[in-house]
Design a protein. Structure first.
Length: 498
């Protein structure tokens, strides 16, 4: 190990980026805790490191989200259909404890359910997560008490996932640890964290992104495969990775990652697939058979016409739309002035899937939060998007309150709910537009303006292009460039080892 005396100054770790010095909204918000950090502040000299602060804030916000569910925990989940909606505290978790056979000790995928859902409709790893929580739930007492404990056990396990997400986002961009506060403070993150089990897949995906940023493609692939075994959307990240590795000529790393993902997915799924195929396939058949549902523009169409589109038509049309979006993202990746950052394309592909899908449950925002922070760590844009998601969160529960309150009609009517959907769609499209602008004009990208190329890109960071369809590696234009310019594609070996 070289000593400090023999280490050249040029290869020392650069100074971390402080959002309060480059982001006006972050600087204004910091006034609540004493103002922006000074240039003479001694960072990293006490126990209060950025990582620990972000994790503690994330846990605190998660706890506040649990407190928001108190009206339902006490009564709303059990007495009165509309109470859980008027208090905006609905959660699938307590309802499915009995509804999916966990209260009766049934084994997911293997034992058939007595109700209208014959098998558990979740991917295998999520089913395992649900089953472990059921094992930790005492089987004695009233069913109400068991469901309360089951939700609480799941909330504790999901809080661990939230902490993992915060750690991974902080560590993925080494020079930007404070960006993790965007995840920790995201209101939609706290409000939706315990609605369902999506945080498991989000945590595994965030860990995979961290491993890729550390140039560990096999670990990335294994974690991404596990994430896909918990939820479908993480597999879409292989698409952007394919495009970026194609442009940079990093085929070996891509195939290692893909092989790891396939192997990990098979290890989890193959045993259930072989011995309980009907139960294993329920997630996939249910996804195809379910009709147009909450949160999608398809629902606005279906509820405003006398001849709503059929499920088969919507399945095919949604697939065509998402494929067109993916082709547009591919063209963007191969023709942009500089190879896009991995997090930027990852955000765009997941957002495209969400925008074109026939259903948008409020907890799906969790899929995008870590990717949005890594793709566009700009406080103004992030908070605009979060405001739109909070509006949708309230809109869907108020609409359900309206539809379940009988003649009282307490809540938001159908037209009002359609506006809530539109707000969600426009907010997501706005953030997508900002990311696309950063890709087309990399000098506007706040990450690259700080002097980095692709800190989440691992082997792609600073790599030369070997295949492009447009002009690449050109001098930034369209805006005054401040900060240390990056000599893209010409990093020294010493720089690459940092």
């Amino acid at each position: 190990m070289p000593s400090a005396e023999t280490t050249p100054a040029s290869v020392r770790e650069p100074e971390p980026v402080r959002p309060t010095r480059e982001d006006k909204v972050a600087a204004a918000g910091s006034e609540l805790i004493g103002g922006p950090i000074g240039r003479r502040a001694l960072l990293g000299t006490s126990w209060w490191t950025p990582l620990r602060i972000v994790v503690l804030v994330a846990i605190g916000m998660f706890a506040l989200g649990m407190v928001q569910k108190v009206p339902c925990y006490d009564s709303g989940w059990f007495f009165g259909a509309s109470s859980q909606y008027t208090h905006a505290c609905y959660s699938d978790i307590p309802h499915l404890y009995q509804g999916r056979g966990f209260a009766d000790g049934l084994v997911p995928y293997f034992d058939k359910l007595p109700g209208d859902m014959d098998y558990l409709e979740y991917p295998v790893l999520t089913g395992v997560f649900m089953e472990v929580a059921a094992w930790l739930t005492p089987g004695s007492g009233s069913i109400q008490l068991q469901e309360q404990v089951y939700w609480f056990v799941n909330a504790g396990m999901l809080m661990v996932c939230a902490a993992v997400i915060a750690v991974c986002v902080v560590r993925t961009h080494r020079r930007r640890p404070w960006d993790g506060l965007l995840v920790a403070l995201a209101p939609a993150f706290a409000l939706t964290a315990t609605i369902n089990w999506d945080l498991l897949a989000v945590a595994l995906t965030a860990a995979a992104m961290l491993m890729w940023s550390r140039s560990r493609p096999l670990a990335f692939g294994v974690l991404l495969g596990l994430a896909t075994a918990a939820k479908l959307y993480p597999v879409f990240l292989l698409g952007p990775l394919f495009l970026l590795c194609w442009r940079a000529g990093k085929w070996r790393e891509f195939w290692i990652a893909t092989g790891g993902a396939v192997a990990a997915w098979l290890v989890v799924n193959l045993p259930v697939m072989i011995f309980a195929f009907d139960g294993w396939s329920k997630f996939y058949t249910f996804s195809q058979e379910r009709g147009v549902d909450f949160g999608s523009f398809w629902l606005i169409w279906a509820q405003n016409t006398t001849t709503p589109p059929s499920t088969d038509f919507v399945n095919k049309a949604a697939m065509v739309l998402v494929l067109l979006c993916f082709l547009g993202i591919a063209a963007l990746a191969l023709t942009a002035p500089r190879r896009p950052r991995f997090a930027q394309l990852a955000f765009l592909v997941v957002a495209a899937f969400i925008l074109t899908n026939k259903v948008y449950s409020p907890q799906y925002v969790l899929w995008l939060v870590p990717l949005a922070v890594l793709a566009r760590p700009k406080w103004r844009d992030f908070l605009i998007w979060q405001a739109c998601e909070v509006a949708y969160f309230l809109g869907i529960w108020m609409y359900l309150a309206y539809t379940t309150s009988g003649d009282a009609h307490k809540g938001l009517p159908t037209n009002g709910y359609h506006w809530a959907i539109a707000v969600h769609l426009l907010g997501t499209l706005y953030l997508c537009a900002m990311v696309v602008r950063d890709i087309l004009m990399p000098e506007r990208d706040v990450v690259r303006r700080s002097g980095d190329d692709d800190p989440s890109g691992g082997v792609l960071d600073g790599a030369e292009d070997v295949f492009v369809l447009g002009t690449a590696a050109r001098i930034p234009r369209h805006a005054h460039f401040e900060g240390t310019p990056v000599e893209w594609g010409s990093r020294s070996s010493e720089d690459s080892s940092l």
